[in-house]
Design a protein around this ligand. Structure first.
Ligand SMILES: Nc1ncnc2c1ncn2[C@@H]1O[C@H](COP(=O)(O)OP(=O)(O)OP(=O)(O)O)[C@@H](O)[C@H]1O
Ligand SMILES: [Mg+2]
Length: 260
């Protein structure tokens, strides 16, 4: 469904993402891992024409035969939300502090052309319930919710219009490990229910191990290794990948640490 073909992201004088290719199929949990600054976020922003204005993407990003790099902005605005949704690490930044959760749902649906106000409200209630939240949160303000609850609301909104592709950038980093774990369980459950593909950007090999079926490792703007997760975990080819796997705490070690 998504084919990234030799995509580069450059500033005026520097190539930051360098000729990256990867493809996602329906139902994939595709992990993108790699060192800080390797270009993971910029690559994911290029998919939705969300790059900072001083950066330029080249190459091809085909999504159901539409080239996302050259699609007109109006078409992209429709695609984002309806077909491609983002969930970010900085979930707090996605909410306006003085507007209730309900108002956020209202605005999101109005932008995407849902004109029946009864339908909007019932969609919002249903969305909250579908991520395990009480509908009373509809009337609350973002600061009245915990981090885990807010990230659940972000997921509810991202899934609201049944997109084919979810782009999740370090979505558990700002949460404590229990909330993070629950968020991933939720996302995994939703994926089984609806079959979207997910591009999952993470530093955490535990999440790669548990959830991904395929993965790519980025270093210095390039993909140095990609393929089936089981293949790469058992037989990493690149020295950097070997180091990443070795450095990751094992599940057993993590559990022992939490028990202490
Ligand atoms: N608007 C910009 N202009 C110029 N350089 C930028 C811009 N945004 C990011 N960069 C640089 O591009 C590189 C890649 O950034 P990116 O945010 O994609 O890294 P990342 O792999 O997501 O890192 P992290 O794991 O820390 O989130 C970094 O060196 C970053 O400083
Ligand atoms: Mg990043």
């Amino acid at each position: 469904m998504l084919s990234i073909e030799q995509v580069s992201v450059s500033s005026k004088n520097k190539k930051i993402v360098d000729s990256v290719s990867l493809s996602l199929h329906k139902g994939d949990w595709y992990a993108l891992v790699g060192q800080s600054g390797s270009g993971k976020t910029l690559l994911s922003q290029a998919i939705g024409q969300m790059l900072p204005p001083n950066l330029q993407a080249n190459g091809k990003i085909l999504f159901h035969d539409i080239d996302l790099l050259t699609a007109p902005p109006k078409q992209m605005r429709t695609l984002r939300g309806q077909k491609i949704s983002y969930i970010f690490q900085d979930y707090q930044g996605s909410f306006t502090p003085f507007r209730t959760i309900g108002q956020h749902f209202e605005e999101y649906q109005k932008v995407h052309g849902i004109s029946d106000s009864k339908a909007r409200k019932s969609n919002a209630f249903h969305a909250l319930e579908s991520v395990g939240l009480d509908t009373s949160l509809y009337r609350r303000y973002p600061f009245q919710l915990s981090g885990g609850q807010l990230q659940r609301v972000s997921i509810a909104m991202a899934l609201l219009l049944s997109p084919d592709l979810i782009i999740a950038d370090e979505i558990t980093t700002a949460l404590d490990s229990v909330s993070g774990h629950k968020i991933l369980e939720l996302l995994s459950l939703k994926q089984k229910e609806t079959g979207f593909a997910i591009l999952f950007i993470t530093h955490d090999w535990r999440h790669v191990k548990r959830n991904a079926n395929r993965l790519a490792v980025m270093k210095d703007g390039k993909i140095i290794e990609s393929g089936e997760k089981d293949h790469i975990l058992h037989d990493p080819k690149h020295e950097y990948t070997k180091q990443l796997i070795k450095a990751a705490p094992t599940l057993d070690a993590m559990q022992r640490m939490y028990r202490r």
